[in-house]
Design a protein around this ligand. Structure first.
Ligand code: HEM
Length: 145
């Protein structure tokens, strides 16, 4: 597994689309409502930047590899929305292990994602399709009340 430009090396893990944590939507209409992979890359980038500036959760992101995070989030959203990407990141349990994420942290991140989707001009119905795919991942990311 080569290290993409600008990213930090990570310990080896098994790559699989199953790591994305959700099955893909069957048709491409929602993916297109997100303006394809370029739109998803803008949303992932805006989301990470907003998390880094958000006093509620910025400390959790302080040591993260944001170049890698923007890339893997883009892949994950693209895969889940049926855009035909492969997800090459870790599974959600591994990615969030020992970070002590709370339900409030999770809600803050979802708010920031909604802000990023609004900024991209994604229609509300399409936003809800992605949120419905991500909501069950609370179980893998939240570790404490
Ligand atoms: C639906 C909810 C979430 C999704 C879909 C998601 C997705 C991801 C993905 C794809 C990665 C990268 C995995 C990799 O590097 O291989 C990641 C890492 C990370 N996530 Fe999440 N995440 C979610 C919730 C959260 C929440 C609520 C927080 C904290 C408020 C958070 C903080 C982080 C941090 C700090 C990393 C980087 C860890 C590192 O660099 O070692 N995530 N997440």
């Amino acid at each position: 597994q080569d290290v993409p430009p600008g990213e930090q090396p990570v310990d080896p893990y098994v790559q699989s689309n199953a790591n994305a944590g959700a099955t893909p939507l069957a048709d491409k209409a929602t993916f297109e409502a997100f303006h394809g992979k370029a739109g998803l890359a803008r949303i992932a980038s805006d989301l990470v930047d907003r998390n880094l500036a958000d006093p509620r959760i910025k400390d959790i992101f302080a040591t993260a590899d944001t170049v890698r995070l923007k890339r893997t989030l883009t892949e994950q959203f693209c895969y889940v929305l049926g855009g035909g990407c492969d997800y090459t990141g870790k599974d959600m349990t591994q990615a969030h292990k020992d970070q002590g994420i709370t339900g409030r942290d999770f809600n803050a991140l979802v708010e920031n994602l909604q802000w990023a989707m609004d900024k991209e001009g994604v229609p509300f119905a399409a936003q809800n399709k992605l949120l419905a795919k991500l909501a069950p991942m609370a179980r893998q990311t939240i570790e404490r009340k």
